[in-house]
Ligand binder design. Structure first.
Ligand code: ADP
Ligand code: ZN
Length: 721
């Protein structure tokens, strides 16, 4: 027996399938889609078995061992990988690797991650004529009673008496596989659907359409609709996937699904350890978990017999993998999987992507609407505070109206969420005298000040340096902290009101389980104010929150990206949606220097349609999606001059070969230098792609063995950085 094995060669952007001979004793374990260990030069590599053949004409090396008992890549995933590789111009191996949790990727020297529990049981020998001491007798009785006994249950039995029993072969050890996570199977009664929710569910049930866009305001009960649709599939014996952005995959969200579906769910998110992810993956592959809830890569969950796929907050940029190959969109993958399983795809959002809403209006997607909140209350009233006018009258970053509103909630024992938009380039340190800003020497971006360690850090490469008070440029002692991280805001806030503040950002939630505890504590009213970054914007549902304050609405608008207005609009909408979700009427206060910006204006009236129309006009004029498709080509390397030269050649070759397209660049990327690697970009705008993919493939091939230039291709980029 001979197998074709796909391995990953480090640093090489190529696919290689190598043939190996299978020794007789391993034959019975070989299946397509399983991992094997193979000798490769002086290394030992893991690889995926993609082909099985009878013989080979040449002498082959033997595989070393078979790594898995279950198939890692099933037939559907094997095919999916091929089409993903074609669509994104990425290597097949990178496409398979991206589908798998770390523990199942093909690595060098990977160890098995299966976790075992040790049990003891009676051996099958007669013990009637053996005499035991009292402790040993106890232990044997316990085994007789329970069959399998854990070491922990043998409290007063010493190691030596246990060993004696083992040595005499009266007891034997049994290793049993053990999943690291447990879901309670205790369920809560489900909610009676409202008329609106029922209408939506019926509409999906009675239609033969393929893709649905559920456009429902925040708090309209979309999640409840998802669960109803899933339950229906479950009763038909089918499985489901629910994708949510990583940031809204909160313990709250997971526990909502778990209290409805118990241990039928598997949750895949970044807070899990590698071992936990591995176990969840295997529970799914073995058909033990029937509902997968997870972030982007959960779209590859090895479920069989899928009945529905749901993508919540479908506008979220997190569904696009944009930092490494393959640069895929989870929505595109969902469409492929739904086709494969002949099932429906539901995209949900309060602020759909322009592309999706345009498709829904054209009838390409089936539009479903939930225009009202479940609680029957109006959406929270939004007040815009013009920071330009408030300058000099505010305390730190807090305007007077926001201060007053916070104080009045605290008096009434209600809760407040304060949102700080960290995206953008705001948390930097600058010299008041000469304007000098600290930049990362490797990445050409401003450094962020971290108060707790009193250092300046680069968020891209990790470079760090001590903080200086003397400006390195003009030598005045006038370095000034222009940034406002959550730490700084918390300090200011403490001076304004006397209350209990919970700060939640990536620093305070990085420890395992801390996120969960914080949410619990806030829910139990152990705090009055929840202060945080993007992490507090999405998915949270607290009934006592009646005020949401946005400290700075503007930072996202300053990002030079064609989606910056859309992103700002939907972010404000999401944050505002955290207020007044239960009995009490909610209020929102947005502080901004751009009160007349249309994204902020429309957000303040909850006017998605107004925003949609105005933004569509702009996109049309500037030839951006959804009127044009985009493809971004990024050239990177250590020598800027060489890169620019080659980028120019690439651009000219595109000009020669593509018709009816607009080709912009090459220009330095916004992040021009990261970790001493320079980057240039070419942007292609097109309506029909015809030969685009093939031209790009040729360009890629041309540079394949050139180590001075790396070419990344991103179709439908979520951001152009
Ligand atoms: P969305 O996902 O649209 O933001 P949710 O599904 O989170 O909305 O619902 C908002 C709130 O309303 C949640 O607290 C949820 O438990 C509650 N809710 C949803 N549907 C119902 C219902 N049919 N009856 C009672 N409460 C509901
Ligand atoms: Zn850096």
């Amino acid at each position: 027996m001979v197998v074709g094995v796909l391995v990953e060669l480090s640093n090489k952007n190529i696919d290689k399938i190598f043939d190996y001979h299978v020794p007789d004793h391993l034959k019975e374990f070989i299946k397509i889609g399983i991992r094997v260990e193979v000798p490769f030069g002086r290394q030992v590599l893991d690889g995926f078995v993609l082909e099985i053949k009878d013989t080979s004409e040449i002498e082959l090396k033997d595989i070393i061992k078979v790594k898995d008992t279950d198939i890692v890549l099933n037939k559907e995933l094997l095919e999916l990988g091929k089409s993903l590789s074609y669509d994104t111009l990425s290597t097949l191996i990178s496409c398979y690797q991206v589908m798998l949790p770390k523990a199942l990727k093909a690595k060098i020297n990977g160890k098995s991650m299966v976790k075992y529990d040790t049990f003891y049981k009676l051996n099958n020998i007669s013990i009637t004529d053996i005499s035991f001491n009292e402790k040993q007798r106890q232990m044997i009785d316990l085994c007789l009673e329970k069959g399998l006994v854990k070491r922990e249950e043998l409290v007063n039995i010493s190691v030596s008496s246990l060993n004696t029993l083992l040595k005499k072969e009266i007891l034997v050890k049994v290793e049993k596989e053990h999943y690291r996570l447990e879901y309670s199977s205790k369920l809560v009664e489900k909610k009676e659907l409202t008329l609106d929710q029922r209408r939506v569910v019926e509409e999906v049930r009675n239609s033969n359409d393929f893709i649905y866009l559920l456009y429902g305001v925040t708090g309209s009960g979309k999640t409840e609709v998802y669960m109803e649709l899933i339950e229906e599939q479950l009763s038909l014996g089918k499985t489901s996937i629910v994708l949510v952005p990583e940031i809204s995959l909160t313990p709250q969200m997971v526990s909502r699904f778990q209290s409805r579906f118990g241990n039928k769910i598997a949750a895949l998110h970044s807070a899990l350890s590698d071992g936990e992810k591995y176990d969840e993956w295997r529970r799914i592959a073995r058909g033990e978990a029937l509902i997968v809830i997870g972030a982007r890569s959960a779209i590859f969950a090895p479920l069989q017999n899928i009945g529905i796929i749901i993508i919540d907050e479908e506008h979220s940029n997190s569904y696009k993998q944009s930092d490494s190959n393959p640069r895929y969109s989870a929505i595109d993958i969902a469409i492929k999987r739904c086709k494969y399983h002949s099932c429906k795809l539901i995209l949900g959002s309060a602020t759909p992507r322009l592309e999706s809403f345009a498709r829904a209006r054209k009838g390409v997607y089936h539009l479903l609407e939930l225009p009202n909140r479940v609680n029957g209350k109006a959406l929270p009233k939004i007040t815009i505070i013009d920071l330009g006018k408030e300058l000099g009258k505010s305390m730190g970053h807090f305007s007077r109206p926001l201060i007053n509103a916070i104080k009045s909630r605290i008096e009434k024992d209600e809760q407040v969420i304060l949102f700080l938009n960290r995206r953008g380039y705001s948390s930097f340190i600058t010299c008041k005298n000469c304007g000098y800003t600290y930049k990362c020497p490797n990445c050409d971006i401003t450094l962020t000040y971290h108060k707790s360690s009193n250092t300046l850090r680069c968020h891209y490469c990790g470079y760090g340096t001590g903080k200086y008070n003397i400006c390195p440029s003009c030598h005045e002692e006038s370095i000034h902290d222009l940034g406002f991280g959550t730490e700084k805001i918390e300090e200011e806030l403490k001076k304004i009101v006397d209350c209990r503040i919970l700060r939640m950002d990536y620093d305070t939630t990085s420890k395992k389980g801390s996120h969960e505890k914080m949410i619990e504590a806030f829910k139990n009213h152990e705090y009055d104010i929840l202060l945080g970054t993007q992490i507090v914007a999405k998915g949270l549902d607290f009934k006592d929150v009646t005020l949401v304050g946005v400290i700075n609405a503007d930072t996202g608008l300053n990002i030079p990206d064609f989606r910056s207005s859309e992103n700002t609009f939907s972010l404000l909408n999401q944050v505002a949606g955290r207020s007044g979700r239960s009995e009490k009427q909610g209020e929102v206060i947005i502080q901004t220097f751009n009160k007349d910006h249309y994204a902020i204006k429309y957000a303040s009236f909850h006017n998605y349609l107004g925003f949609y129309k105005e933004e569509m006009d702009i996109r049309k004029k500037l030839k951006y999606p959804p009127y044009y498709y985009l493809c971004y080509i990024r050239m990177s390397g250590k020598e800027a001059e060489y890169l620019l030269l080659e980028s120019g050649k690439i651009k000219r070759s595109l000009d020669r070969n593509l018709e009816n397209t607009i080709i912009l660049g090459p220009t330095p990327c916004i992040m021009h230098k990261i970790n001493n690697i320079y980057r240039y970009g070419i942007l292609i705008k097109y309506k029909k792609s015809d030969n685009l993919r093939n031209i790009l493939e040729k360009i890629q091939d041309h540079y394949k063995n050139n180590s001075k230039i790396k070419i990344d291709i991103d179709f439908n980029p979520s951001q152009i950085l």
